[in-house]
Design a protein around this ligand. Structure first.
Ligand SMILES: Nc1ncnc2c1ncn2[C@@H]1O[C@H](COP(=O)(O)OP(=O)(O)OP(=O)(O)O)[C@@H](O)[C@H]1O
Length: 265
């Protein structure tokens, strides 16, 4: 598999009136490669810079050092090859599910007839064909997040980045949507390259090919864990021995970081 995304020695500094020197180094020496079609999760202590890296990759933030390359080209400005799904659904409340998906295509200049067709198709893919004409307030949280995913899928970006997309949902809906996300990602033609930010170790294991575990702030990738579970994955994988082994391994690395952050030896 070829390398799709390369992050090399990425650094990010934010102004911070409360910090010594008036700034806060959020990322430092952040290195990560993602291969084409790979699903990688980013885990780490709160505030270690996961969202910041995701925003740099999407071109929503600039980096202050190092480099991020997609297909060997520097990321500069909003990257149209990257589709972003956030925790908050960011849907237009006055538009139906169908129109919300179409709106994303409209911004990208897709002609009206094609917009309709593509929106209907991706809503079918995410299992919402019958809810296409509902407004967001007439949908459950899980359905709203599926509309947000459909909106991004509709314009077919090569890279998908998710920033804790299921964090606000109840445990059952969350597990259901994890399965749905894998079904969508595993089906069809060329698999998209995915970077998935989460706080949940189980979510990261269930979804990913590899898990990048970050240090506390200033964040960098501390360990890369291979998740060698067969695909397609079903919820039975969650109770397997290998799953349990990886869970313990990741938990140990994270605990170490939190203890170090608290000044423990
Ligand atoms: N625009 C900004 N200006 C100043 N500081 C910022 C800005 N964005 C983020 N930060 C700070 O950078 C640090 C890292 O934030 P970030 O959201 O990337 O972390 P995270 O690992 O995603 O956190 P969490 O797991 O809690 O969501 C935090 O201390 C945050 O307050």
């Amino acid at each position: 598999m070829s390398v799709k995304i390369q992050a090399r020695q990425v650094a990010k500094i934010f102004p911070d009136a409360h910090a010594a020197g008036g700034f806060h180094t959020v990322l430092e020496n952040f290195d990560l490669d993602l291969r084409s079609g790979e699903f990688v999760s980013l885990l780490g202590p709160s505030g270690c810079g996961k969202s910041t890296f995701l925003n740099i990759l999407a071109g929503l933030e600039s980096n202050d050092g190092g480099d991020v390359l997609v297909d060997g080209r520097h990321v500069e400005g909003v990257n149209k090859d990257v589709g972003v799904v956030f925790q908050s659904y960011a849907l237009f409340p006055w538009l139906t599910a169908q129109k919300n998906v179409e709106a994303g295509l409209r911004i990208r200049g897709v002609p009206r007839a094609e917009r309709r067709e593509r929106a209907a198709e991706v809503l079918r893919t995410v299992g919402l064909a019958t809810a296409a004409n509902r407004l967001p307030h007439q949908l459950s949280g899980g359905m709203r997040q599926r509309v947000a995913i459909a909106r991004v899928l509709a314009y077919e970006p090569e890279i998908l980045v998710f920033d804790e997309p299921f964090a606000a949902l109840d445990a059952q809906t969350r597990e259901f949507l994890q399965g749905e996300l894998l079904r969508i990602w595993e089906s069809g033609g060329t698999r998209k390259t995915v970077l998935f930010v989460t706080h949940s170790i189980d979510e990261a294991i269930f979804l990913s090919d590899r898990i990048a575990v970050m240090t506390r702030s200033p964040g960098r990738v501390k360990d890369l864990i291979e998740v060698d579970l067969p695909r397609p994955r079903t919820s039975a994988a969650r109770s397997g021995l290998e799953f349990t082994r990886i869970r313990a391994q990741v938990a140990r690395i994270l605990e170490e970081e939190v203890h170090l952050g608290n000044g423990d030896d």
